[in-house]
Design a protein around this ligand. Sequence first.
Ligand code: PEP
Ligand code: MG
Length: 325
Amino acid sequence: ERERLSRLRHTPCVTIDGEKIELLANIELPADGAGAIAAGAVGVGLFRTEFLFMGRSGKLPDEEEQYLAYREAVDAMQGLPVTIRTLDIGADKPLDRARKDDSLNPALGLRAIRWSLADPAMFRTQVRAVLRAAAHGRVSMMFPMLVNAEEIRQTLAHVRLAQTELDDRGAVYGAVRLGAMIEVPAAALTVRMFLRHFDFLSIGTNDLIQYTLAIDRADEAVADLYDPMHPAVLCLIAGVIAESRAQGKSVSVCGEMAGDLGLTRLLLGLGLRTFSMHPAQILAVKQEVLRADTRKLRLWAQQVLEGGECAGFRVAQPSDSLYKI
Ligand code: PEP
Ligand code: MG
């Protein structure tokens, strides 16, 4: 089976009805780039940079060390696009596993972009390193777990300031596309605000499921309730995809759902055209894509959504009365 799949490595990823599908890789270390290429990925959709920062007893990598690491990943991808996500520390990804996080509710606490915005010097060091790496390839930068307008404003202000800092130093850096992860229901429900400020979106379904269903993704005791097919989750994903496409902006899924063979057809039906997953899943997902007809899947996905009975999903009709008297 593995040998048969490996023959798909160079096969263009196109559905029966001619829709081009992009399969990207999630990586955690620059050296993972080689595996992504070997698996036939057409880029990196999620570079989880926190692994450069974890387990170093508090001493964070400086700008130069980060720049070299990001550049190594960019070089490894041989001209293919690389999406670098800024730090997602906290909750399931503690900086130091040895030191206990004593916040009451780490998943709802100071993590991801909140952690970065709370330490602007650290955040801009990372942003500058990414901008410098962008001089060597096609780089996008995206931010985890944004929720509100103020966080968006601060994040973009830090990017501009980091550019100014590099200009003042005469440092070489490249252009980046800026993206937001959609991984909290609040972000999914206000997706238009995100589309107004960012070039692309990526749906982090691991966290989106956790926060939509109130199921701690790391808690074994409730693991059976962690359900990617819950209608509320599907409606949020559908809305983000539909709105992004309507505005001509690229949208991907980079959570585990993207590499789940049982969900490929449904995601295609919801309109997803860019998937980012563990490299080991890419060829098997490609096989599903090659067998898929998105025209049929769209109608089926529509039925699945309607069967979920999400409030607000139905399009309002002129005959709907506003008030029940
Ligand atoms: C996600 O939440 O789906 C995601 C891709 O990010 P992470 O798993 O790193 O939190
Ligand atoms: Mg996440």
